[in-house]
Every structure is written in C-alpha cells, then in structure tokens.
Design a protein around this ligand. Structure first.
Ligand SMILES: Cc1ncc(COP(=O)(O)O)c(C=O)c1O
Length: 511
C-alpha cells in the first residue's frame, strides 16, 4: 500500500497562509511530499471549513481577494479529495467527542491513509494520526520495500473519482443489467477497437466461447471441426475451442516473438480445419499478412484472442479488428481491467454480433422468447461504468508501459537474460514484459529475496495439463522451452522510476 496522508485543517491552513515560511516543519513536510511524489489528501468534509477560515484570515492579513483566490486555486489544484462515507456510527467514541475528526478518520480509512495534525485532542483520540514531525520521520524512512508484480489498488485508485461517479449513477438508477452503462461501453469500445460491434459479456473465456458457439449456431462451424491455436497460450484460448466440441490443433510459436509461427500453420491445415485462433500473447500482435492469406486461401475464419492486447496495433488498425471476430478479457489484472470478471466480443459481422448477444442472454433476443439454447454471460452495469472510466486513460497508460519496457530493454545488461526483441513499438502493449533465463527459477528466487515479485506466464504448457491428458505425451519443444525459461517482470503504469532502477540493478547483479 502506498504512503497516503490526509492533512488536517490546521496543517492545510499553515500551508495556505504561508506560515510555513517561518515554520520549518511544514516547509520540510511539503518539500518531502513533492520529492517522494506523495499527494496531499483531504476529506471532502474538510473543504468548507478550510475555505472559510482561509479567506477570513487572509482578509485580516490584508491579502487582496484576487491574490487570496489565486492561492486557493493553486491549493485545490494540488490536493486529492477523497469521499466522506455515509456509514457514520453516531455511537462511536470519537463521533461523540468530535464529529469533525471522526468523519476525517472515516475518510482516511477508506484509502488506508494516516492523518497529519497539530490538534492534541485528535492526536490523543485517533490511532491513525501523526504530528508533522512524526510524518516527516516516517516519510524519510520510507523506501521501496517489496516491489509488487502488479499493484491493482494503486492502479485503480488513480481513477477513483470517475469510478465513484459512475457507481453512484448506477446505484441511483437502480438498473443493474443490460442498461445504459453497458450500451455506452459497447459503443465506446467498438469505436476504440475500430469495429462496428462490441458486445459486453461476463469474461474473456465466455467471449471466445460465444464466438465459436455463435458460428456453430449459424451453421458456419460444426462440432468436430478443427481450430488452429498456438501451443503456448493461456488455457482459456484452448478451452473455448474444446468446450464447443471443436478440436484444438496446437501449432508451435516462434521462440523470438512467443507468437504463433505462421510458417508452421499451413502444414497443420486439414479438410476439417475451419478456423484459426491467434492469441496476441503478452500484449504483442500475432497477426501477420501470411495468416490473413492462409485464411483467405483455405476459407478459414480468423478469430483473435485479444485478452492481453487492448490498444495494440497492426499497421494503422487495432488488434481485435483484424479478423472475423475477437474475444477480449477485462479480468482485473489486464491492461483494461474491471473490478471483477468482464469481457467483450468485437466484430464487423452484424449477424455474428446478433447471435453472440442472443446466446449470451439465455438464447433470447426478445424477453421470454428462446430460439437458441444460450447461457447467461452478460457484462453488468457496474463493470461497464468502471471500464468506460478506465478506457479513456488506456492509451496514456499504454504509453507508460512502453516507457518502462524501453527502460528495461536499454538498461538490463546480463548475458544470461534474453530480452524481448521489439521491431514495432506500436505492435506491443506490454501486458507482460517477458524475459527468458535458463536459470529462471534461481533468478526468480534471487529477485524475491531482494524484494522484487515476478510471475511466470505460464509454468505448465497446455499440452502438459491434466485437463488435456490426451496430449501429455506430445512434444512441443519451443513451447516447453518458453514455459521453462520465461519470467515476467513487474509492469504497470504505476511502477515508479526508483522501482524500475532497483529491478534493473538487481537483475544486472544476478550471476
Ligand atoms: C490469452 C487469454 N485468453 C483468454 C483469457 C480469459 O479471460 P478471462 O479470465 O476474462 O476469462 C485470458 C485471461 O485470463 C488470457 O490471458
């Protein structure tokens, strides 16, 4: 959890009234917060009192209204306001003794913050208060402890205001499924990806499953048909195929790119092959002109698994718009992540879009009329509002991921480590930053001992899993090598420069 501090009214007023010039503690605290990128948090309940006292006192000090307003505007542009929750317990001791301090404490608890105050009573009654000097000492001591692989709380915290607004809207409306938020997200996401349709569904696995089920329902595919899929992917790509009683045909990836090897696809095509599912693994584009040509030549449907690659480009087009249909996952840890499970299907095919929408809603296109045997797989209004809020920041977040990837690539210098080779920076959104090392497990242990958390994507290849026993004796040497050597470094838009430097330094010291 990041260091967060709510500044009590008296501390804010010290800052606002420039008393800090003669108060070294406030000056030091303010400077430390700037140096360490620590925000000044305020409960919305504090604002009115601070504003009132500030303008009264500045008038008494002889500050003109115009100058006072300028200072106030600068102040509000620098603070982060957090909500005052509605769950006030009027029997709480602090609420009885000082409701104002109690409400600030509640706000602080919602964001895991401490409160910096000069109020002796507040310091005495609340365990989460600190004096200015105590805060200074604590902040000075703060150094990066454990570097998390992915700090989801920190990521989502940066969108909290928009998300809070959206959730309040949903709660007020009292309409939780198949409503305006989902409609808006479907429209926004289709526009973002560059397809005519986007259909929100319950998760990424369902998105892929529903595309194939819809093709079966439309007579385009028949159970028993073969679907080509990369051998190194997350299990969901393959489950979506076998769940529909279609036959997954595994094709090896290229070691250098981790993506399906397009030179090995044609030899896997038989009379029963009806589709190719490409997976933009780790956030890198797997689509090639060769694959497109093969689909044309053999009349195959091209399905994209875009679970890991929101915003990734091929030429001027986004992945998710390159084939006949694409499945997207908004699992919380994805580049565009919801507050739970969520997914979408994108396509330009209106008939397919209608069928996916119908199948995802019990097979019903009209209330209580069921023409197909469907499932219940719908995106809900809360997830849709979270996704709409985050979608507007996605490109910015992706750029931060690219900057981190570039830093890793330019600074990691250890001959035992194989770094990703990037030829087109538009064609990667770095959902994962994969490195390879023949002593991967040792490296992972070494990094953890130094406080750096990493993950493996993925430790066991699909053909060695218990759910596909029939493949357990098959050999996919490149896939196996990747699964044996791959290690994913911390990667997210909230990774700090200090953390990146520590990661690089530690990897470079691994012998
Ligand atoms: C490549 C790939 N395909 C499909 C999925 C399935 O998505 P979900 O977890 O939303 O069902 C995932 C995500 O976990 C994935 O990484």
């Amino acid at each position: 959890m990041a260091n967060r501090y709510i500044w009590d009214n008296n501390i804010c007023l010290d800052l606002l009234l420039y008393r800090y010039q003669s108060n070294t503690e406030i000056a030091l605290l303010y400077q430390l917060c700037i140096d360490k990128s620590i925000e000044i948090y305020l409960s919305s309940s504090q604002l009115q009192a601070i504003q009132y006292v500030y303008f009264s006192k500045s008038k008494d000090d002889g500050t003109t209204k115009e100058n006072a307003s300028k200072i106030w505007d600068t102040f509000v542009s620098k603070i982060v306001i957090v909500k005052t929750p509605s769950y006030i317990d009027f029997t709480n001791d602090l609420a009885i003794s000082d409701i104002e301090d109690y409400v600030i404490t509640l706000s602080a608890e919602t964001i895991g913050a401490k409160i910096i105050t000069g109020d002796k009573q507040f310091l005495k009654h609340s365990p989460i208060t600190l004096t200015t000097q105590q805060a200074i000492d604590e902040i000075k001591k703060t150094e990066t402890k454990q570097i998390a692989f992915l700090d989801l709380e920190k990521i989502n915290f940066s969108y909290k205001t928009e998300i809070e607004k959206g959730i309040d809207r949903v709660v007020k409306r009292g309409w939780y499924l198949l409503g305006n938020e989902v409609k808006a997200f479907d429209t926004n996401y289709a526009q973002y990806i560059g397809t005519k349709h986007s259909i929100g569904v319950a998760n990424g696995l369902d998105a892929l499953r529903l595309i194939l089920a819809a093709y079966i329902e439309m007579g385009v595919l028949t159970p028993g048909d073969e679907v080509i899929v990369p051998a190194n992917t997350y299990i969901a790509s393959i489950l979506a195929i076998s769940d529909n009683k279609l036959v997954p045909i595994l094709v090896e990836p290229q070691l250098e790119t981790y993506q399906i090897d397009d030179t090995k696809i044609e030899q896997a095509i038989t009379a029963k092959t009806k589709a190719i599912m490409i997976v933009h693994l780790y956030g890198q584009c797997a689509y090639t002109e060769t694959i497109a040509q093969l689909c044309k030549k053999h009349s195959l449907k091209l399905i994209e698994d875009n679970a890991q690659a929101h915003g990734c480009m091929f030429d001027k087009r986004k992945t998710g718009s390159l084939g006949d249909a694409a499945g997207h996952s908004f699992y919380p840890g994805k580049n565009l992540g919801a507050f739970g499970d969520a997914g979408a299907v994108t396509t330009n095919d209106g008939a397919l879009a209608d069928m996916v929408r119908t199948l995802a809603n019990y097979g019903s296109h009209k209330k209580y009329v069921f023409d197909h045997r469907g499932v219940n797989s719908r995106l809900d209004e809360i997830q849709a509002t979270v996704l709409t809020a985050k979608l507007s920041h996605l490109d910015n977040d992706t750029q931060k991921r690219k900057d981190i990837a570039r830093y890793y690539i330019e600074h990691i210098k250890n001959f035992e480590i194989t770094l990703p080779i990037i030829t087109d920076w538009d064609a990667h959104v770095f959902h994962i930053f994969p490195i390879r090392c023949s002593r991967r497990d040792e490296l992972q242990k070494y990094l953890l001992e130094k406080g750096i958390q990493t993950l493996i994507h993925y430790p066991i290849p699909p053909h060695k899993q218990g759910c596909y026993k029939e493949w357990n004796n098959d050999s996919y040497p490149i896939t196996e090598q990747i699964h044996f050597q791959e290690l994913s470094l911390p990667m997210s838009q909230v990774l700090h420069k200090d953390e990146m430097e520590k990661i690089v330094k530690t990897i470079n010291s691994f012998k």
